[in-house]
Design a protein around this ligand. Structure first.
Ligand SMILES: *Cc1c(COP(=O)(O)O)cnc(C)c1O
Length: 432
């Protein structure tokens, strides 16, 4: 197919996510991707600085993952997961439980981050219901993001585009991200919100709030908040859809806290960006509230593609990669390298603030702009013109490079960021 034919068909029939088609440029046609690079149909190459929305952390078409899926493809593609099971799921369960915080014992499969959150919220509501308590309130962090289905959307504090749906939301109360300064106020607020015993669950993104433009917080304050909720019988849900699988330097961000969550939501890098798959994990305590002679106490939730064997096979291989010495060393290398470079950017005139956590590095520019406005688009285009794919969020430019990024590639990325900042401050800059 020629590029023109593709673009014509796309424009005719395809509705893209998060897009106002009237004003958007036509989407870039990608021919293939390999390692840390995307190749478009016009022959241009781009470094994938955000691992395609934090999924392909081991690089595109990673041969280990390709091999895992090829092996599975001749055996079993899909089968009903209600009343049936298979070896890929069993293998994956052993590997995943092996790296999760110890208290996580049961895995519930679905296909995307939003459904993994939806499942966690429903599980928490029914957990209390099964124990004879009516708890119908969820508490979430300000500026959290948990996905685009109704429950997940209700829990998300970034509701810029949720206007048409707000009347249908579940009851969610919000608390600020706990910090050194506000911790006692936040604990007091939690006390107030929980006096009626109506709170079913508390959902949060540990260490890094991704969609809030990579906002970061310290684990110790959040850890106290978790403890406080757990004392009040509120189930805690760590949404690690973005932070999971190595991005924060830990296998899971929850490892940074002594108090472990009651449930966890996983997706994005779970399969290394190959198959859409998600898992909601929980403790035995949660599971036991559903374990009963009575049918209706079970969890009657299920998606057609639950536990897809191809997804399971590739996720198990991805965990082998994650826990390999080579990848673990490179994660630490990128982490240290980011820390060093923070100082360079911090003193730059064009920069307001810089932060990093694991392989995530975020720079806030010293100008105000809209989340998806025209200035933001110009910055996006600047990096694309320089062969780097990243997606600025308002004034924040961030990178989450694949774990397979080499020191040389990292240097090129840092340099491009610096050139951009220099151009921004010089008169040549078109953005100011
Ligand atoms: C991406 C994301 C989701 C939603 O996942 P989808 O697969 O896009 O539905 C939920 N929570 C967090 C923290 C995410 O980053």
């Amino acid at each position: 197919m020629t590029l023109e034919e593709l673009q014509k068909l796309d424009a005719q029939h395809i509705w893209h996510p998060l897009t106002q088609h009237k004003t958007a440029n036509s989407p870039l046609a990608i021919k293939k991707a390999q390692g840390n690079y995307l190749f478009d149909m016009a022959g241009k190459t781009y470094f994938d600085a955000i691992s395609s929305w934090y999924t392909c952390s081991y690089g595109h078409t990673n041969p280990v993952l390709t091999q895992a899926i090829k092996k599975q493809v001749d055996e079993l593609h899909h089968v009903v997961f209600a009343g049936m099971t298979h070896e890929p799921a069993a293998q994956l369960s052993k590997k995943l439980i092996g790296i999760l915080p110890d208290n996580q014992q049961k895995l519930f499969f679905s296909e995307n981050g939003s459904t993994s959150v939806e499942i966690a919220l429903k599980m928490a509501f029914q957990y209390h219901f099964n124990r004879g308590e009516k708890r119908n309130v969820v508490i979430a962090l300000e500026n959290g993001f948990h996905g685009d289905t109704f429950g997940a959307m209700s829990a998300s504090g970034l509701s810029v585009y949720n206007g048409p749906f707000e009347d249908f939301f579940i009851d969610v109360k919000r608390i600020p991200v706990p910090t050194e300064e506000n911790l006692s106020e936040v604990l007091y607020l939690i006390d107030e919100l929980t006096t009626q015993n109506q709170v079913a669950s508390f959902i949060y993104e540990p260490l890094v709030q991704g969609a809030a433009a990579m906002q970061m917080h310290q684990p110790e304050h959040l850890c106290q908040v978790l403890k406080c909720f757990q004392e009040k019988g509120v189930l805690t849900i760590a949404d690690e859809v973005m932070t999971g699988f190595g991005k924060t330097g830990y296998n899971f961000a929850s490892e940074a806290m002594l108090n472990k969550p009651d449930m966890m939501c996983l997706s994005k890098a779970l399969t290394g960006g190959i198959m859409p798959m998600a898992i909601t994990t929980c403790t035995k305590k949660v599971y036991d509230a559903f374990y009963d002679d009575e049918l209706a106490r079970g969890f009657f939730h299920g998606h057609t593609y639950s536990g897809n064997p191809l997804g399971c096979a590739v996720a198990a291989a991805a965990i082998d990669l994650l826990t390999s010495d080579a990848i673990q060393e490179n994660i630490q290398l990128i982490t240290q390298s980011h820390k060093k470079h923070i100082k360079v950017y911090q003193s730059h005139n064009a920069v307001d603030s810089v932060r990093s956590c694991g392989v995530i590095l975020a720079i806030d520019l010293a100008i105000e702009m809209e989340r998806y406005g025209s200035k933001r688009n110009e910055i996006f285009q600047w990096f694309m013109n320089h062969g780097i794919f990243l997606r600025p969020l308002g004034k924040t430019i961030y990178i989450v490079p694949p774990f397979t990024t080499s020191p040389q590639e990292l240097e090129l990325l840092y340099k491009a960021l610096l050139v951009f900042l220099d151009e921004m401050t010089s008169k040549k800059a078109q953005f100011l």
